[in-house]
Each structure stands twice: as structure tokens, then as C-alpha cells.
Design a protein around this ligand. Structure first.
Ligand code: ZN
Length: 371
């Protein structure tokens, strides 16, 4: 019996599905073009016969079930979602509310990552994208790799529904760009059998303050955390309240402005969230006229380089500032674009950039000086 520990075990019928897996080579993601409950009742109609996947992940269209994982088939046994691949694939269906163009939600990304980490560790599956559906490929894949016309000639056929895009371009991009890197960060020594939830830092509250303040970090996978950093400064006083919450005392900064806060475990570092040290980095007050700044590109660079600011109301501009430094060389290209030369900073790290006119200051956008 093999079930994912964070899944709700919901077998489709009594007894066993019958055919054991020959191998566990690939974790394959699907999209439901539907909802979790509807997919489950379709799977349940014929018990162990007919179509079903091993696991299913609810989405935003399922309300409170967003990120909930159901397991319908034991991963020791075959599920019937991948035709010729059933004998060696673990299948994960994911809710999309009826449109495969909907991206996975944050909760779904966390849930899918958790399942794949578990599968890679339990079955020693490489945490990498498979090239195609041919025999011998082992890793993480998606349904379309075995569907014509995307299937390579020698590949296993994973569906007879030619042209089925499952799980769709948006979700394939998320698998490659977000999920697989997260899985790789968390799988250390595959086959170790260790189950870990995804290390995710969602929020910091409050997100501004001064050294010595207490802040609460929320996310998931905090249990094995061994460090919290604010802009590269390790926090001395912090507590793991639960797997989803850490309380930390804001350390003395080594720079003014906004810093990226991250949680580390022995195996991974979370994404960063921003924290602003209040004395020097409070963003200027909101705009009082139609002067807006919406984009700076690039947003990371060095003094002396050129950046382009995009927004509106720029014809009235009489100044551009990076932190507390006014820009010497800048040009109003038109009412929605300014080109500026990045000034020498007074501190390292990130600064707030804004555009000023005689009677207004724009919103601020963060710009980071490259070290
Ligand atoms: Zn599919």
C-alpha cells in the first residue's frame, strides 16, 4: 500500500484495482477540464474499471478544496489515465474549473510540488523533465508528451484523443518554470523516503518596521527551517510556531531600504518577500494627481546604466529620484516614458524610484543595485 501522506484516501471501490505497476518511472500531470467533485464522480462511476488517475488536486473553482489532494488509486497499482503508459506512470489530475487555460493557483502549485517531491523520493524518480514518452525515460512529465501530434514516433501513446492539449500551454509552462525547480530544490538524495512539504514563504506581517520589531512569517514547510534572513542578515531571535508560521525579531539592517526576507532549510531557500525598514525606506505618499509610475526596466542594474520608466503624466515631471538621490541625467521621451541614467547610490541594496512634478509624486517602484 502506497499513498501520499498529505492526500485524502478515497478509493474508487472496494478491493484492489488489480494490476500492479511494473515500474514507477514518471510522474505525469493532467488537467481535468472540469472540477474535482465532477471528476471524482466520473472516476467512481465504473469503480476500478474505466478511466481514473492516482491523485487529484482541487483548484480555486472548487472553493475550499483549492489545493486539497485526493488519492483514488494506490500508487502500487495501475491507474488508467495514460493508456500505454499506465504500467509505469503515476498520474495527477488537477482541477481547472473547465478551462485548461486557467493557471494553477498557489495552493495547487504547493500541492502538486508536494506530491511530486514525495513520488520522486519514494520511487527514486529523477526530479527532471522527461524528454518524451519513450521507454526508459524517467522523471516528471505531462500528458501531451504522449499524445499525437506532440508524441515522438517511438514514444508510448498516452491517449487516443489526438490533439488533446492536456494539461495546456499555461500549466506546462508552470510545471517547467515553477514546479520542477521547486521539486529539485527540495529533493535531496532521492530515494531517501523523507517526505517534506514545499518550503513556501507567502507573507510577512507587518511588512514594514524597524529593527527589534516582531514579525510573523506565514507559508508552508517551515518545520525543518534552520534560518531566516533579512537582506542577507541572519535573524538571531526567531521561533518556529508551526509548519506554517514563524515569528522573528527584525535584525539590524546592513542597508537602508527594502530587503528580501527568506526562510532556509538544510535543503532549500524559500522565495523572498519584501520588508521595508521604516526610517529610510517608506515609500513616498501616493500620487495626488494623474502622475503614475508603473514600470521600470531593467529593475536591477548598476549606477551609470540607462533605465526606462513607464507610466503617465510624465510631461509635467521635474525630477526623478532613486531613494534619496535625484537623477542628474534623464529625458522625458513622452508623457508615458522617461529614460534615466541610474545615479550613484548612497547605500547598497534596493531603493524606491519615483517621478516628481511640481505638485505630485508618483507611486514608487523598487529598483535593486547590482552588487
Ligand atoms: Zn490528461
Amino acid at each position: 500500500m502506497a499513498t501520499y501522506p498529505n492526500a485524502e484516501w478515497r478509493p474508487l471501490a472496494a478491493g484492489s484495482p488489480g494490476a500492479p505497476m511494473d515500474a514507477h518511472d514518471i510522474v505525469c500531470v493532467h488537467t481535468m477540464v472540469g472540477f474535482l467533485a465532477g471528476t471524482e464522480s466520473m472516476f467512481r462511476e465504473n469503480g476500478w474499471a474505466g478511466t481514473e488517475s492516482h491523485l487529484g488536486v482541487g483548484g480555486p473553482a472548487d472553493g475550499a478544496l483549492d489545493g486539497t489532494v485526493y488519492q483514488w488509486v494506490d500508487t502500487d497499482d495501475q491507474a488508467d489515465a495514460n493508456l500505454q503508459g499506465n504500467h509505469r506512470l503515476i498520474s495527477i489530475e488537477t482541477s481547472d474549473g473547465g478551462d485548461e487555460k486557467n493557471p494553477w493557483s498557489d495552493a495547487q502549485l504547493d500541492a502538486i510540488t508536494g506530491i511530486i517531491v514525495w513520488a520522486c523520493q519514494t520511487y527514486d524518480i529523477p526530479a527532471e523533465l522527461i524528454a518524451d514518452s519513450t521507454a526508459g525515460q524517467r522523471g516528471i512529465g505531462y500528458h501531451r508528451q504522449g499524445i499525437d501530434p506532440w508524441r515522438v514516433a517511438a514514444g508510448e501513446k498516452w491517449s487516443n484523443s489526438n490533439g488533446k492539449v492536456c494539461p495546456g500551454d499555461v500549466r506546462i509552462a508552470q510545471l517547467v518554470d515553477t514546479i520542477i525547480p521547486r521539486v529539485q530544490a527540495q529533493v535531496s538524495g532521492s530515494g531517501s523516503g523523507t517526505v517534506s512539504t514545499a518550503l513556501i514563504l507567502d507573507a510577512i506581517s507587518p511588512d514594514a518596521g524597524v529593527a527589534g520589531d516582531q514579525v510573523v512569517l506565514t507559508g508552508s514547510g517551515f518545520a525543518p527551517a534552520d534560518g531566516v534572513s533579512f537582506g542577507g542578515v541572519w535573524v538571531e531571535t526567531w521561533t518556529i510556531d508551526s509548519d506554517s508560521q514563524i515569528t522573528a525579531t527584525v535584525p539590524e539592517p546592513n542597508a537602508s531600504g527594502s530587503v528580501s526576507v527568506a526562510v532556509s532549510t538544510p535543503d532549500a531557500t524559500s522565495d523572498g518577500v519584501w520588508f521595508s525598514y521604516a526610517d529610510s525606506s517608506t515609500p513616498p505618499s501616493p500620487p495626488t494627481s494623474s502622475l503614475t509610475l508603473s514600470f521600470i526596466g531593467p529593475d536591477t542594474s548598476t549606477a551609470g546604466s540607462q533605465v526606462v520608466l513607464t507610466g503617465s503624466g510624465f510631461l509635467a515631471a521635474n525630477g526623478v529620484s532613486f531613494g534619496d538621490v535625484w537623477v542628474d541625467t534623464w529625458t522625458i521621451d513622452d508623457d508615458s516614458q522617461i529614460t534615466a541614467t541610474v545615479p550613484e547610490p548612497v547605500t547598497s541594496g534596493s531603493v524606491w524610484v519615483s517621478v516628481s512634478s511640481p505638485d505630485a509624486t508618483s507611486d514608487s517602484i523598487s529598483f535593486a543595485y547590482e552588487e
